[in-house]
Every structure is written in C-alpha cells, then in structure tokens.
Design a protein around this ligand. Structure first.
Ligand SMILES: C[S@@+](CC[C@H](N)C(=O)[O-])C[C@H]1O[C@@H](n2cnc3c(N)ncnc32)[C@H](O)[C@@H]1O
Length: 212
C-alpha cells in the first residue's frame, strides 16, 4: 500500500534561488543525518552533536545575529559532526538535500506566525518537499509553547499529511533551547509533536533533484 497526503497546493522548488555562499557539507552516508531548522543561537544543535557523536547534524538559521552567536560557539567546540548553515532553510533544503536522505528534522519553537498562518510549517506546501527528503521511518520533531500552533500542527499532520503523530508535554526541567528555557521558567506549558514518515509514503518530489 502506498501512503500519501491530501494537499492540493503544490510547492515549486524550481522557483527558489540558490542561497548566497551556498555549500554542502561533506557527509558520511554510513551515519545518521539530521537537520534542525531555525536553530537560533545553536544551544540544542551544539548539545545534541556533543551527545550524539555518531550522528551528523546540519543546523540552519536565517537571522544573521543569531547565526553569528551559533557559529562562534560551534567553532569553539570543534565538533566534526555539527554543520552550522546560515541560510533560509527552505532554499537550502531544496538545493542541498537528496530525496530520502535524512533521518530526522528538528523544528524547535518555530516563529508562531499568528497573523500569517500560511507560514506555519505544516501549513506550507514546502512541508511536502521536506517529507520527501526524509527516509522511511524518519521523524519530524516539533515543539511549541503555543497551544493553537500545536493543535493546528497536529490536525494538519493527521488529516492533511496522513502521518502517525504523537503529542507529548515537554518536561518542566527540559532545557534544549533558549526559548524552551525561557517559556518553562515562566511556568508555561510546552508541547512536542513527533511525526513519523511511514514506509511506502509517497510525495510529488520523490524523484526531484536540484540540477545545477
Ligand atoms: C522563535 S526562534 C527559536 C530559536 C530556537 N529554535 C530556540 O528554540 O531557541 C525561531 C527561529 O527560527 C528562525 N527561522 C525562521 N524561519 C526560518 C527559515 N526559513 N530558515 C531558517 N531559520 C528560520 C528564526 O530566524 C528564529 O531564529
């Protein structure tokens, strides 16, 4: 049986420009590869790479000042399994990643976009492209302190993207990212969704490669 999604608007990867100073890290294909989108100042990325030396993490951040802070700490740590990228993650993923090439995607505390829900990750046509880059059995991990963001993402995951989806509370002592630390210190509830790409899942981008 092949599984798919129920999304109509089609993402158009060929319309995106190559990111400035584009380069692709050299990856060991025998080891797991993960990406983090919106890595901020890199707290999670650095700690994850330190704790998982056999996994490779590409962590992408668009905002220059945050990326500079991230790049500085990454350079101090000299982790050969962490690859900080300063780019818009959408353009970078389109140009850099092959279909079914990544094991997991971290989306930790994305911008809530309350006035522009089309920009929430699971509402975007790009999400189908992102799913095409995941391996079968790969996961997307999304965390947020905004109940309506999580509720909408859960509904989209189940009803549009047809993905097995687990919702869990983030433990009150979790400290993965700067935003997570801030929200939990204020006593706010934070939630995590774990989405799994099933075996035989199909997207319209499974054969799509960037051709320079
Ligand atoms: C609310 S912050 C959270 C940062 C970090 N994950 C944390 O929890 O501390 C969201 C981050 O996502 C970044 N971001 C949003 N859209 C992005 C995109 N398309 N590509 C790369 N980074 C993006 C923003 O620049 C911002 O730093």
């Amino acid at each position: 049986m092949s599984l798919s999604h129920r999304h109509n608007r089609e993402f158009q990867p060929e319309k995106l420009h190559l990111p400035r100073d584009f380069s692709i890290p050299v990856i060991d294909e025998s080891q797991p590869l993960l990406i983090e989108i919106g890595a901020g100042k890199g707290k999670h990325a650095v700690e994850y790479a330190e704790q998982h030396p056999k996994q490779q993490l590409i962590a992408i951040e668009r905002t220059r000042t945050k990326f500079q802070a991230f790049a500085k700490i990454a350079q101090q740590k000299q982790l050969n399994n962490l690859f900080p990228i300063h780019a818009d993650a959408i353009a970078w993923v389109v140009h850099a990643l092959a279909p079914a090439s990544i094991d997991a995607v971290y989306l930790l505390y994305p911008n809530p976009e309350p006035h522009n829900p089309n920009q929430q990750w699971l509402n975007m046509p790009f999400f189908e492209f992102l799913l095409s880059r995941l391996k079968e059995g790969g996961q997307i991990i999304l965390a947020s302190n905004i109940q309506s963001y999580i509720d909408n993402a859960e509904s989209q995951s189940v009803n549009v993207w047809c993905l097995p989806t687990i919702k869990t509370p983030v433990p009150a002592d979790s400290q993965r990212t700067h935003f997570e630390v801030k929200y939990l210190a204020r006593g706010e509830a934070c939630w995590q969704l774990t989405l799994c790409k099933p075996v035989n899942y199909k997207t319209r981008f499974d054969q799509w490669y960037y051709q320079p």
